[in-house]
Design a protein around this ligand. Structure first.
Ligand SMILES: [Zn+2]
Length: 532
């Protein structure tokens, strides 16, 4: 079987899209989820002096991945200086990432009009930069920006640039359709020629954008023409109309075209991983998304349903189970018992058949009320623990009260008072905060850290609110997603209510209770994996 590798650029190119933002801890969770799915290369971003990127590379340096290689992204050296004098390149090679992805020019017209670099100097920039990374022990992927425009303009020079990268030691040259304008036949033609010229010596990759809505089609055409690495993003997120969507490319290559990508077992994590990334970005998963959408295998028409019942192949392009989706997903993406059991196993929780059945019912019922557990692993695990009888509660609430006061001078003050019982003792604590959730968090921590001091190390790293459509004639519902970290692991929790304070409280309590649960010694590594 022919192997094709996947290269995910969600955390770099994907983050160029409108409204995309993830904290460093959240990016680490994405990296873990992609690694579990079997993605071969994960581009983390530009290592730079920007504190957020610095923190990300520092965190990633200590994350153990099962199969993925982390890539650091950078540009070829600036003109007129040596590679070792280029600060950005120096920062690039000093990161822990084993792979450096260098983007460079291949288009003569672009060189003349935009960058004003001669063709010879551009080739020297490519050679020096690849050499420099190789000399520093890095593997190199060379991204040829605007490759298809370059090919149209002067294919000889475009090839010369690729050859220079290969000669200097790049293990991959990736053909980028940076403007997203190219159509499948052109991609296939250019790729075929490049593979014929260079394919013996180097892996050829494809990186496409979706401006002509051909991101996926172009990627598949390139693979059929001999490309052996595909770059793209989860759910196709990215600048303008997005990048090539790996969520559609993976099953097409593995299940329809018969390439060896991540293995059939891991393809089953596709739906879960796709929704996880959406939820973390605070986006509603697209119900009509191919393969993973909740409508992708939903059959409404009577004749269709009858057809599916007699033989699913009559109305389904593949078995939904293969991509971790299911036919009866109208209520819940996670309604399958298999998926509940596999998540329990990853968390080190033993569920008997009855408990699994109850958990599935509970997920259905709660998802109907607006809970979505893809990014709320902590809340999901707590729910499983309750069903399995392996749950111990951190405290018992007597009451809380939050007061927000706005003064004539414009100042806003918030104060929370909380009354709880911990191990038979009553604690009453009051705290101020910059808002109601912050004040509640402080009061709660003040009350419990007496007995559980380690819980004071937990930091709330992100707080996201989404207003959900009203259900069954009730008012609008508020959903809160909270991300927490103890500096080593991070996890997500969820709360849903018509009242934003109540929703926040629920997520807050889940976050702390999760950290409080006894960890299973035997399952501790699985446990870390479950928090992705
Ligand atoms: Zn791109």
């Amino acid at each position: 079987m022919t192997t094709v590798q996947l290269y995910d650029t969600t955390l770099r190119d994907g983050m160029q899209g409108q409204g995309m933002s993830l904290s460093a801890a959240e990016k680490v969770r994405v990296v873990r989820a992609l690694d579990r799915l079997g993605i071969h290369f994960i581009e983390a971003g530009f290592p730079s002096s920007n504190p957020k990127e610095e923190e990300l590379f520092e965190l990633l340096g200590s994350v153990e991945l099962s199969s993925a290689s982390v890539c650091a992204f950078g540009m070829t050296r600036r003109r007129g200086i040596a590679a070792e004098e280029d600060d950005a390149l120096r920062t690039l090679v000093s990161s822990f990432a084993p792979v450096c992805t260098l983007v460079g020019k291949t288009w003569g017209l672009h060189l003349e009009k935009v960058t004003r670099v001669t063709r010879e100097e551009n080739v020297a920039m490519i050679v020096d930069s690849v050499n420099f990374c190789r000399a520093n022990g890095k593997r190199v992927v060379y991204d040829a920006e605007h490759f298809f425009d370059a090919w149209d303009d002067d294919s000889g020079y475009a090839l010369e640039c690729l050859r220079a990268a290969v000669a200097a030691g790049a293990e991959n040259v990736t053909l980028c359709d940076t403007n997203g304008a190219t159509l499948p036949a052109e991609v296939a033609h250019a790729t075929t020629t490049v593979v014929a010229e260079l394919g013996e010596r180097v892996q050829v990759g494809i990186h496409t954008h979706n401006d002509a809505e051909c991101g996926v089609a172009n990627s598949l055409a390139a693979v059929e023409a001999g490309a052996r690495m595909v770059q793209g993003t989860m759910n196709g997120i990215g600048e303008r109309c997005g990048n090539a969507n790996l969520v559609s490319i993976l099953p097409a290559l593995e299940l329809k075209l018969g390439y060896e990508i991540v293995g059939r077992d891991r393809v089953r994590l596709l739906t879960e991983t796709s929704h996880f990334v959406d939820e973390l970005l605070n986006m509603t998963p697209d119900a009509d998304q191919p393969y993973v959408g909740r409508n992708a295998f939903a059959h409404k028409g009577g004749m269709h349903v009858a057809g599916v019942q007699s033989d699913a192949r009559t109305f389904e392009h593949l078995d939904p189970d293969l991509v971790g989706n299911s036919r009866d997903v109208l209520i819940s993406e996670l309604s399958g018992k298999g998926s509940v059991l596999s998540r329990a196993e990853r968390a080190g929780i033993e569920l008997d058949a009855d408990a699994a059945k109850r958990a599935v019912e509970r997920v259905k019922e709660r998802e109907h009320r607006g809970y979505h557990y893809e990014a709320a692993d902590a809340s999901f695990e707590l729910m499983l623990r309750r069903e399995a009888g392996q749950y111990s509660s951190l405290f018992r609430l007597e009451s809380f009260r939050v007061i927000t006061e706005k003064r004539a001078d414009g100042r806003v003050e918030t104060e929370a008072t909380i009354k709880i019982w911990v191990e038979g003792r009553r604690y009453v604590r009051t705290a101020e905060g910059n808002g109601p959730v912050n004040a509640l968090d402080r009061a709660l921590r003040a009350a419990i850290t007496d007995l559980h001091p380690h819980l004071s190390d937990i930091e709330l790293t992100d707080y996201k609110v989404r207003i959900l459509d009203s259900h069954d004639g009730t008012g609008a519902i508020t959903r809160v997603l909270l991300d927490s970290s103890d500096g080593h692991d991070s996890w997500g929790s969820i709360g849903v209510s018509e009242n934003i304070i109540e929703a926040s409280w629920e997520a807050l309590v889940d976050s702390l209770e999760y950290a409080f649960q006894p960890k299973h010694a035997a399952g501790s590594t699985q446990h870390a994996a479950a928090r992705t």
